[in-house]
Design a protein around this ligand. Structure first.
Ligand code: GLA
Length: 725
């Protein structure tokens, strides 16, 4: 059983495939955290709570007899506010007396098979109830009547624990939640490096690593979405950790709105990690009898290095996050019109793209931005989701018929949460966008953001989308989002609820996304936000793939795809071969093969030689699809560590096949490249498909393969395929 409770010692033990997580009910019903790390058979770890015998200046609950125990010095399972624990805290509730002292203690618990859903929020799911058990711990702040339930789901065959929190107001007066984090983990030391993913537009999810220091280190967003600048992912890894070695604790928040990850090293050199909704700009009024649900935190543990942590995330998200038929079905090979034409297209141009693409082996044409209202640039028409017949003569039906007649599928672009001031929708409903009274609203790309907390707004957008999606043979939808939130207020919400708008906005977005997904279960939805500005596990539960970045230069893409791979699997990363000429087509394709793969260029402009090359690439896409998207990723040379080269490898789960990609970013100082492979079976023999040479897995992993003669110049790359002999 993954979860056990030791009655005698009052100890909870949560065992995943590779990790144990242990805490106890202590005096005065404090929940004290004892251990999180590699799996251990026993639970005799109560001594772990002793941190120091220095109660001076650390006030403590008078009901606790143990004089060595103070809230600030003890590892706590979930803490409150203003009651003696001075570290970053996951919970603060302002009560009807006007103060925010919050102190929750254990009341009761239950353990059951399976995993609960979180109302209104996406979360991981089980394929079978036997995959996980759940522990619900009821805690309470007796003064406010806040009942706070801590939920832990423990996966028995994966190194995964998920956590979330429910707050219920059991009093007869409203209170305000000022802060609620989804997880809180106290570590006994600060001997860790923190890994996180920073970036900007065109440079999303770049890996940075830094040693923990005293004080608070934090990554967060208050943009309304998680944005390009930081991803809701972080890991704490042992100081000696690398791809294959050491401990790694990976954390990812299943949420697309404002989030915060705060890591504090206190004066005693112990570390607290909390992750959840960003308290800045957040507040939630909870009336008597109401409940508030936090998003889900995913915690993955590995003691076989950072690479194994990533592979565990990949397996988990492939199996327990991506929903619907596109989880297992081969994704269509598409060509997108954006970088080929931007806003400058008509029906004939799109048909010509489709017709040329078909000859190359491409399966779907995606018509990007510019098909609706009177949109010829980005200054108008968002919200007017009816076809621009000046551009698409004969309308959408006729265009799709022409494309389908070529044997090509058809996909379309939407930006459902946006509204242009120059649109019929805005003229009809000038209060439907997010704004606050007596203040000018900022514009981003000439557009405002719809108030997704309003049902009337969502119904209108749903109806407009439904009338298009239900009428025509549309098999793919790109769901874009091209600015961050400002002046976030809702015309409908009472004053005392205005601080709820960021969270209500995201809940509204999920409701609309869910309605579209569930009404059109065969539709493949690709998420996008100026590239990868909204790349998170919550979006992935609606959109099985996300456009990784507007940066399609393959060399720039390397750090983006490497960073993304820290927790997101390859098939979630939208990646296309574009017209960018920094490298030849081959390298552009070798990099895009890591992701969903597709094209984003004008196929009419390809030379005969290019066409031959594109056909070869498409053959590679088909040949390696299962190996890449069902295989295990090994990062061999990381482009944030190595200025010259970058390399990665996919190994099939049965270890019978491996595919290695090397890209030379800049001509290296030394020509020599001996690459040691990873993840193979040392006992098996493999054939190098290019040379026909036979090598043992042990040789390939220890001596390596000599690639000195290949991919030497800037922008060159090589793909090496090994199959079991
Ligand atoms: C965003 C996307 C692009 C494209 C444009 C259209 O920037 O990332 O791929 O769809 O919008 O306006």
């Amino acid at each position: 059983m993954p979860i056990s409770y030791n009655e005698k010692n009052k100890i909870f033990k949560l065992d995943t495939s590779d990790s144990s997580y242990i805490f106890e009910i202590y005096e005065a019903n404090f929940l004290v955290h004892l251990y999180y790390g590699a799996k251990i058979p026993d639970d005799n770890v109560s001594n772990m709570k002793f941190r120091d015998n220095l109660p001076a200046f650390n006030p403590s609950d008078p009901d606790v007899m143990d004089i060595t125990f103070t809230a600030d010095l003890s590892p706590l399972e979930y803490s409150g506010e203003g009651a003696g624990d001075y570290r970053v805290s996951p919970l603060a509730i302002k009560n009807s007396d006007g103060n925010d002292v919050t102190d929750v203690r254990y009341v009761s618990h239950k353990i059951y098979d399976g995993k609960p859903e979180i109302p209104g929020l996406p979360s991981l799911y089980l394929n079978d109830i036997s995959e996980a058990q759940t522990l619900e711990i009821k805690t309470e702040d007796k003064t406010t009547g806040a009942v706070v339930t801590l939920i832990y789901t423990v996966f028995s065959n994966q190194p995964v624990i998920t956590r979330s929190v429910i707050i219920e107001n059991t009093s007869d007066k409203p209170f305000e939640i000022e802060r609620v984090f989804s997880t809180c983990v106290d570590y006994p030391t600060s001997e860790y490096k923190m890994l996180d993913l920073y970036g900007r537009w065109l440079k999303e999810r770049t890996l940075q690593t830094h040693k923990l220091i005293h004080g608070i280190q934090s990554v967060s967003s208050k943009r309304g979405v998680n944005g390009h600048c930081h991803n809701p992912f972080a890991a704490l890894v042992s100081l000696d950790a690398n791809e294959e070695y050491g401990e790694a604790y990976g954390y990812n928040l299943v949420y697309s709105g404002n989030y915060s990850i705060d890591v504090e090293v206190d004066s005693w050199g112990t570390t607290r990690f909390i992750m959840g909704i960003n308290p800045e700009g957040f507040g939630w009024k909870l009336d008597p009898g109401e409940k508030f649900y936090s998003p889900e935190a995913v915690m993955v543990y590995s003691n076989k290095g950072i690479g194994e942590m990533s592979r565990a995330f990949h397996r988990l998200y492939r199996k327990n996050l991506i929903c619907g038929e596109w989880r297992d079905k081969k994704r269509p090979l598409l060509i997108n019109s954006w970088e080929a034409a931007y806003f400058d297209f008509d029906d004939d141009k799109l048909v010509s793209f489709a017709s040329e693409a078909k000859k190359l082996g491409i399966e779907m044409l995606v018509m990007d931005d510019g098909w609706f209202g009177k949109r010829d640039d980005d200054t108008s028409s968002l919200g007017d989701w009816y076809v621009n017949e000046n551009k698409l003569k004969g309308g959408l039906g006729s265009l799709i018929e022409r494309i389908n007649a070529l044997g090509m599928k058809f996909g379309i672009w939407y930006e459902p949460e946006m509204i242009s001031p120059d649109s019929d929708l805005f003229r009809a409903h000038p209060d439907w966008y997010l704004h606050v009274p007596n203040r000018k609203s900022s514009l981003g790309r000439h557009q405002y953001i719809l108030d997704m907390s309003r049902k009337d707004v969502r119904d209108n957008i749903f109806d407009q989308m439904y009338s298009v999606l239900s009428k025509y043979n549309i098999e793919y939808l790109k769901w874009d989002f091209n600015r961050n939130l400002t002046e976030a207020g809702s015309a409908l919400l009472p004053k005392e609820n205005q601080k709820e708008i960021f969270h209500r906005f995201i809940l509204g977005t999920y409701e609309l996304l869910g309605r579209i997904r569930d009404t059109f279960p065969k539709l493949l939805i690709e998420g996008c936000s100026g590239g990868g500005g909204r790349f998170d596990p919550a979006m992935l539960s609606f959109t099985p793939q996300i456009w990784c970045s507007d940066e399609t230069d393959p060399i720039e893409r390397l750090t983006i795809q490497f960073g993304t791979s820290l927790c997101y699997p390859d098939l979630t990363m939208g990646a296309h071969v574009s017209a960018c000429d920094r490298t030849g087509l081959e390298t552009r394709a070798n990099v895009a093969l890591w992701g969903t793969f597709g094209y984003e260029l004008d196929p009419n402009k390809l030379t005969d030689e290019d066409r031959k090359e594109v056909k070869r690439e498409i053959a590679c896409f088909n040949k390696y699809y299962d190996l890449i998207h069902g295989g295990d990723l090994y990062r061999l040379i990381n482009p944030t560590d190595n200025l010259f080269r970058c390399a990665w490898e996919f190994v099939s789960p049965d270890k019978k096949e491996a595919l290695v990609t090397v890209v030379t970013m800049r001509r290296p100082e030394s020509r020599v490249l001996i690459l040691k492979l990873k993840g193979l079976d040392p006992e098996k023999y493999y054939i190098d498909e290019d040379s026909g040479e036979k090598y043992s897995g042990a040789l390939l992993m220890n001596a390596g393969i000599n690639l000195t003669e290949t991919a030497f110049r800037d922008g060159e790359s090589v793909l090496k395929h090994f199959i079991e002999a």
